[in-house]
Design a protein around this ligand. Structure first.
Ligand SMILES: *Cc1c(COP(=O)(O)O)cnc(C)c1O
Length: 427
């Protein structure tokens, strides 16, 4: 999807100079071709290695917009949503409710009502308060909600502390090791308006090894086996969450996504055979890996401030407003001057945004081709957790999202206007 022509970066065959000229900067650009090819890897793995007995869900918090729900639906995915807003967007895009999995550690009663009314496929229950609230709401609607449980399997996925969610000290879900998970399933089995179908775990993000996923599958299946023998309930759905790593910088080396899946399926089959447990329907929830590498952000360079013996600040017309990930957790990114690709990257610079915060940086001390005011700067792999985490801090309008496909570009989210910014202000 990315290529070079005469030193100029192209995406799906279109020069980024042309995109910047047509749509302005800053802007996000996403390759539809790339998104679809990743979807096919995941989907194909279920067919090839697990007899199609499962479904990948796109974790839409990575990038939620009507167009992405339409695309992943065409690719045979379900989706995971974590809020009423994401659920609303998916439904507006025509996404089938039965393939929507509703997550969240503190869903409100309004959100649960909305989920029950539209008939989402599963509600992934996080805690006992939610279980009882849902049972009541489903009862009022004369429905039985099919549920799964968010479980902490106690696995350390060797990732950054801020985004590690598998262990017991986490706000998400119920733990295995202290019996909470067992208790909540027992409690649910006595309720009339929920039906226990599955168990779910999500062990972290930006994971490169397959071992943590295989271990999670084993731990979860052992637990399902315990539930079967002690409660007589057979879990038929195992959701292993997302977290598959992507390449932000050269040192990152994720496996091909169908390879993770092949290894996980092999483990599931081995454990099920050993325990004589019926093969569960498997779900995985890739978010980042579906969209991150498909996306780039284009900025225009403003000032280049060389502070002798200290550092050089290259300021761009966006920043933490459109990409807060470096400010939040020092996330690594790679960048280029998009029209100087052939030239030596011999300037060490810090890319700064335009927000009134010293911490508004995109990256510190990275090598760039000699940057000058007016140059287009590209930051790579911004398709996930950028637009979805963007803010209007300093009342900066959010950039548009442009989607490219086979030599054509189209707007899928418009640039916000100042009118949008004051839309909810009461004058
Ligand atoms: C965030 C999240 C995902 C997606 O994680 P990625 O790292 O984007 O693949 C999947 N499932 C749950 C429950 C999540 O919270």
């Amino acid at each position: 999807m990315l290529s070079e022509n005469n030193g100029v970066l192209h995406i799906d065959g279109i020069s980024v100079e042309k995109i910047a000229e047509d749509y302005g900067t800053p802007c996000y650009v996403m390759s539809e071709d790339h998104i679809r090819s990743v979807c096919k890897l995941y989907k194909g793995a279920f067919d090839k290695f697990y007899e199609g007995k499962g479904m990948p869900l796109y974790a839409s918090k990575a990038f939620s917009a009507c167009e992405i729900y339409r695309i992943v639906n065409e690719e045979g995915f379900g989706v995971d949503v974590v809020s009423g807003g994401e659920l609303y967007t998916a439904l507006k895009a025509g996404f089938p409710a039965s393939k929507i999995y509703f997550h969240g550690n503190n869903k409100t009663s309004d959100e649960l009502k909305m989920a029950v009314e539209c008939g989402v496929g599963r509600i992934v229950v996080d805690n006992k308060e939610e279980l009882h609230m849902l049972n009541k709401i489903a009862g009022k609607h004369g429905k039985v909600a099919e549920i799964s449980f968010r479980i902490k399997p106690g696995i350390d996925a060797h990732t950054h502390d801020f985004i590690k969610t598998g262990q017991i000290d986490s706000k998400f879900g119920v733990a295995l090791e202290n019996g909470e998970a067992f208790d909540i399933i027992q409690e649910a089995s006595a309720l009339n308006n929920v039906k226990v179908v599955g168990i779910h775990c999500h062990i972290g993000s930006q994971i490169f090894d397959s071992d943590p996923f295989e271990l999670a599958a084993e731990v979860m299946l052992n637990f399902a086996n315990e539930v079967r023998s002690k409660l007589g309930i057979t879990i038929t759905e195992l959701n292993l969450g997302g977290g598959f790593g992507i390449k932000y910088i050269a040192e990152h080396n994720p496996k091909a996504y169908d390879e993770y899946m092949r290894l996980v399926f092999a483990k599931v089959k081995a454990v099920c055979e050993e325990k004589d447990f019926p093969l569960p329907f498997i779900l995985v929830e890739p978010g980042r890996s579906v969209v991150a590498e498909s996306g780039i952000t284009l900025y225009t360079v403003g000032s280049v401030k060389e502070i002798k013996d200290v550092r050089t600040y290259v300021s761009v017309d966006g920043g933490m407003n459109d990409n807060p990930r470096y400010a939040l957790y020092k996330a690594p990114y790679s960048a280029d001057i998009a029209t100087k690709l052939g030239q030596p990257k011999d300037k060490i610079v810090t890319i700064a945004g335009r927000a009134c915060e010293s911490g508004d940086l995109i990256q510190e001390d990275i090598a760039l081709q000699d940057p000058k005011a007016g140059d287009i700067l590209v930051v790579y792999a911004t398709g996930a957790y950028n637009y979805s985490m963007a803010s209007n801090y300093n009342r900066v309008p959010r950039p548009p999202v442009i989607m490219t496909n086979n030599g054509k570009a189209r707007v899928i989210i418009k640039r916000e206007t100042y009118e949008d910014i004051i839309k909810n202000d009461v004058l």
